[in-house]
Design a protein around this ligand. Structure first.
Ligand code: BEZ
Length: 211
């Protein structure tokens, strides 16, 4: 059964390169990103895992814990780690879950049999501190993900959670935001002291509240 937005992220206990992880307990009060890759010792995955290591300070700044997963073993993950550091210039600084019996992959519907019935696809789940799923993404094995986009989504999700604003098309940090439809323009003017522009009664913008 697919994991959908708003669902509680399925909890599990699984071995990782940093020991056994009880997922909900490991997340604690943090946001989380759980992402799967098809296979160890493959080129696209090597570049992705190196990039997530390089972006760790950005995840930390946002109170996000990252964890990767494939159906390989901890032993294979540990053997592959050296290649990631050597070729990507970044050592793995977050855990990689091992899921050879596919328990987690099945819980999160990460195996798409019409793509490949043995390997996980490139799935991403962003999970809020309430353990609810805030974003799901599914990419094919041949396309490396854009983790800058994932950080951008986290920024948008955190703005919505903290300030009740949405973000428009191609929004970047620092751009104007959109007042969510559930707030009247009158209330928005009180809530957003930097000002509210009413382009249409349903399209109101305000400068990014946390800048
Ligand atoms: C890769 O990570 O390079 C990859 C993995 C599985 C299929 C195709 C590419």
């Amino acid at each position: 059964m697919a994991v959908r937005l708003g669902d509680t992220a399925p909890d599990f206990e699984a071995p990782s390169t940093e020991g056994t992880i009880s997922f909900h307990e490991w997340l604690g009060d943090s946001w989380g990103i759980l992402f799967s890759h098809p296979k160890d010792f493959t080129p696209v995955c090597t570049t992705e895992l190196g990039m997530v290591a390089k972006l760790k300070p950005e995840f930390d700044k946002r109170n996000v814990k990252a964890v990767g997963l494939s159906v390989d073993s901890v032993e294979d993950h540990n053997k592959w780690k050296g290649d990631i550091e050597e070729t990507q210039g970044a050592a793995l600084n977050y855990p990689l879950l091992a899921d050879p019996d596919r328990t987690v992959a099945n819980l999160y519907d990460m195996i798409h049999p019409n793509a490949d019935n043995t390997l996980t696809v490139r799935s991403v789940f962003i999970i809020g501190p309430d353990k609810k799923v805030k974003l799901t993404l599914t990419y094919p094995a041949s396309t490396g993900r854009n983790f800058d986009e994932i950080l951008r989504v986290i920024d948008s999700l955190q703005l919505t959670a903290d300030h009740k604003v949405a973000t428009p098309v191609n929004w970047k940090d620092g751009d104007d935001c959109i007042v969510v439809p559930s707030i009247s323009t009158e209330d928005a003017k009180k809530q957003f002291p930097k000002g509210v522009t009413e382009v249409k009664p349903y399209l109101r913008t305000t400068p990014q509240p946390n800048k």
